[in-house]
Write a protein that binds this ligand. Structure first.
Ligand SMILES: [Ca+2]
Ligand SMILES: [Ca+2]
Ligand SMILES: [Ca+2]
Ligand SMILES: [Ca+2]
Length: 335
C-alpha cells in the first residue's frame, strides 16, 4: 500500500509538471529524442530493427501578453499625481524572461501625461506606493514561463485641462533578451542566437503589439441646495405663521454634474438650536430613491439624527454625474 501511494504521488507529480509545461509549450532547452522501429516476420520468428535516435533541443519561444485590467476609462482630475492604470504582463513563452514595459502616448488625443513609475502589485489589487515594489524597467524582473505580474503604470496629470479631455497610453512588453541584442521591436520569428535559456536560441513569437488604456478628466461637481417648502402654525386655521410650535418642512437637493461618479457622498445638516427635528430620534427623514421614509435612529439605514448635536446626516453613497438629483426632506419644529 505504501509503495502504491508513492507511485501515485510520482504519477501525480508528472501529470502536474506536464500540465504546467503544456500551456507555454515544452520548456526551453528540453531535448526531444525519437527512434523508429521496424519488425518483420522471418519465418522463425519476428525480427526487429531500429533506426538511430534523432534528437533536437527545444529553443526558447519569447512571448509577452499585456492585458488591461481596468474596466473602462480611468477618471482623473486636473492636476493629479500618481494617476494609475492597471495591467497584467504574462510570460506566454517557454522560458524565463524579463520584459521591459514600453509606454507610448498618442498625439491625436487631448493631452499627454508625465509618466511616473511602474509598480508590481503585492496581490491586493490596490496601488500603494509605500508597499508595492517598483518595477525596475532597466533590469526587468524575470517572469517564469506561464507566470504573470500585475503592474501599475502611474502618471502625473497636468493642470488646466477641461472636463472630458482624454489621453491614451499604449503599453507593451518587450523581451529584455531582444533589447540587449539591439532588437527593441522584433518581428515574429526574430532570433537572438544563443540568447535563450539553457543554451538555446531566443525566438520571438509575435510582433510587438500594445494595449491601450485611457485617462479621462472627470470634472465632477457635487452641489447642494436647501429650501423651505412649507410652514404650518398648527393653530387650526391652516395658517403658515412661523411661531413657536410651528412646523417647517425642508427640502435638500443634491446634484452631481460633470463626468464620472462622485463617491462616498454624505450630507450633514446641523440644525440651529431654535429648530429640532419633528419627533426627535423617533422622527423620519425622506430620501429619494427609497420607497419609505428613513428613520432618525442611527445604524439602521442611510439616514440618522443626532439629538446631542441636533444634526441630520444622510449617506447618499455614489452618484454618477448627470443622474436625477437626490432629494432629502424632513420636518422641523420651531422651539
Ligand atoms: Ca529567457
Ligand atoms: Ca496624448
Ligand atoms: Ca498593492
Ligand atoms: Ca436611520
Amino acid at each position: 500500500m505504501r509503495r502504491l501511494k508513492i507511485i501515485g504521488g510520482v504519477i501525480g507529480g508528472l501529470l502536474f509538471a506536464m500540465t504546467q509545461a503544456q500551456a507555454a509549450g515544452t520548456s526551453a532547452g528540453a531535448t526531444i529524442s525519437n527512434q523508429a522501429t521496424v519488425s518483420y516476420d522471418a519465418g522463425a520468428g519476428t525480427v526487429t530493427a531500429s533506426s538511430g535516435t534523432v534528437s533536437f533541443k527545444v529553443q526558447e519561444l519569447v512571448k509577452a501578453t499585456v492585458a488591461k485590467l481596468d474596466a473602462g476609462n480611468i477618471n482623473i482630475s486636473s492636476p493629479q499625481t500618481n494617476a494609475a492604470m492597471k495591467f497584467r504582463i504574462q510570460n506566454d513563452g517557454n522560458g524565463s524572461e524579463g520584459f521591459k514595459i514600453v509606454v507610448t502616448q498618442d498625439s491625436g488625443d487631448d493631452f499627454d501625461v508625465t509618466l511616473g513609475s511602474i509598480y508590481i502589485d503585492d496581490g491586493d489589487g490596490i496601488l500603494d506606493t509605500a508597499v508595492d515594489t517598483l518595477y525596475d524597467n532597466s533590469n526587468p524582473p524575470a517572469i517564469a514561463a506561464d507566470a504573470s505580474l500585475v503592474i501599475w503604470v502611474t502618471s502625473n496629470i497636468p493642470a488646466g485641462l477641461s472636463d472630458s479631455d482624454a489621453a491614451n497610453l499604449n503599453i507593451s512588453g518587450v523581451s529584455q533578451t531582444f533589447i540587449a541584442d539591439g532588437q527593441s521591436n522584433p518581428n515574429a520569428g526574430a532570433v537572438v542566437t544563443g540568447g535563450g535559456d539553457n543554451g538555446t536560441d531566443a525566438v520571438n513569437a509575435v510582433a510587438i503589439t500594445s494595449v491601450t488604456s485611457t485617462y479621462v478628466v472627470s470634472d465632477i461637481d457635487v452641489a447642494i441646495t436647501k429650501a423651505i417648502t412649507a410652514t404650518r402654525d398648527n393653530l387650526g386655521a391652516g395658517g403658515n405663521q412661523a411661531i413657536p410650535g410651528a412646523e417647517v418642512d425642508y427640502l435638500l437637493t443634491v446634484t452631481v454634474t460633470g463626468t464620472g461618479t462622485a463617491t462616498g457622498i454624505v450630507v450633514t445638516d446641523p440644525l440651529p438650536s431654535e429648530l429640532l427635528l419633528k419627533n426627535g430620534i423617533s422622527g423620519s427623514i425622506s430620501v429619494s430613491g427609497y420607497p419609505n421614509p428613513l428613520t432618525a435612529a442611527s445604524g439602521d439605514d442611510d439616514a440618522s439624527y443626532d439629538a446631542n448635536t441636533n444634526t441630520i446626516t444622510v449617506n447618499l453613497g455614489n452618484i454618477s454625474a448627470g443622474s436625477t438629483p437626490k432629494t432629502i426632506e424632513f420636518t422641523t419644529v420651531i422651539q
